[in-house]
Design a protein around this ligand. Structure first.
Ligand code: SF4
Ligand code: MG
Length: 330
């Protein structure tokens, strides 16, 4: 597999009055060109922070304390801000939960699209406008030739998120980081927007890192999925395997939480306990206080990602040296 994005042993820390908080503690994964990687986990697991670190938008005082982020082999985690901004606009697009944070209310969507296109691509104003109209059409905005001259407030929430997707793709990026892109929208249009995002990125050959807490979205949209827990990747692998043959007990618990339309309500299941606060992540495996399969070593030794069937899981159950392979059922 050729690699587009490589995140290796990423550590993000926040200095606080009570000491340094480690919000990400050794996050590793990669994304292939054109691939859609889903990132799931409960809130506070570090999904958004990972996305923010990749696009260079960590909120101070948060900082990358260790590890590397590479785009096509080039390190981007330690670049000067100006250079990082260029990469962020040109090679990595971003889509956030609330379209209003990505759009400037004072400019028409056309002005914003044209500006983004011309900042990053060497084209005339007329050509940039032509491309902007085409992008708006591609994202399903009706009457794009007229709508291009409207202001963000003149669009509905769903239409605004389409504009944001157009904006994220305007400079023809290789990677789009989408953080809960539909959470702020009506349920009825969430699926449309996800389908659109998938189609348009596929057509343009852009890879997507799709951050969501919605396993249903992951199942329908993604090629692979990374499950995060307490600032680390607990499991990563092809979406079908992670969903149907989860190797990490946390993933297995998450899968049991998905309401199954065909089955009675008693299938609804919560994982006992809560994710630990960053201030008191347990020693050993951070999941051990909630894990039905915890062993003695889980209390002391922290597992790294290791091969586990068709996926990789940070779980001692799959340590070839000590255990026979284990099958978990979701
Ligand atoms: Fe459970 Fe141990 Fe695996 Fe952690 S390492 S998920 S505690 S079995
Ligand atoms: Mg988040």
């Amino acid at each position: 597999m050729t690699t587009l994005l490589e995140v290796k042993d990423l550590v993000v820390e926040f200095p606080t009055r009570r000491g340094v908080l480690r919000a990400l503690d050794g996050v590793s994964f990669d994304i292939a060109p054109g691939e859609i990687l889903g990132v799931v986990g409960e809130s506070g697991a570090g999904k958004s922070l990972t996305g923010a670190a990749i696009i260079g938008l960590l909120e101070p005082p948060g900082r990358i304390a260790a590890g590397e982020i590479r785009l096509q082999g080039q390190r981007i985690d330690n670049l000067p801000p100006a250079q990082l901004r260029r990469i962020r606009g040109r090679r990595i697009g971003a889509i956030f939960q609330d379209p209003l944070t990505s759009l400037n209310p004072l400019y028409t969507v056309g002005q914003q699209l044209v500006e983004t296109i011309r900042t990053h691509l060497d084209v005339s104003a007329a050509e940039a406008r032509r491309r902007a109209i085409e992008l708006l059409k591609d994202t399903g905005i009706p009457a794009a030739e007229q709508r291009i001259d409207h202001y963000p407030h003149q669009f509905s929430g769903g239409m605004r998120q389409r504009v944001v997707i157009a904006l994220a793709l305007a400079a023809e990026p290789q990677l789009v980081v989408a953080d809960e892109p539909t959470t702020a929208l009506d349920v009825s249009i969430q699926a449309q927007i996800i389908t659109l995002l998938k189609r348009i990125c596929h057509e343009r050959g852009a890879a997507v890192m799709l951050i969501t807490h919605d396993m249903g979205v992951i199942a329908e949209t993604c090629d692979r999925v990374a499950v995060m827990y307490a600032g680390r990747v607990a499991e990563i692998g092809p979406v079908h395997d992670v969903i149907h043959r989860p190797a990490h007990p946390y993933t297995a618990g998450l899968m049991r939480c998905i309401p199954d339309m065909d089955v009675e309500r008693e299938r609804l299941h919560q994982i006992d306990g809560a994710m630990p606060r960053l201030t008191d992540i347990p020693r050993g495996c951070a999941f051990h206080p909630r894990c039905p399969q915890a062993m003695l070593r889980c209390h002391e030794q922290r597992p790294e990602l290791m091969p586990a069937g068709a996926t990789r899981a940070a779980c001692w159950l799959h340590d070839a040296a000590t255990a026979a392979p284990v099958e978990l059922t979701a």
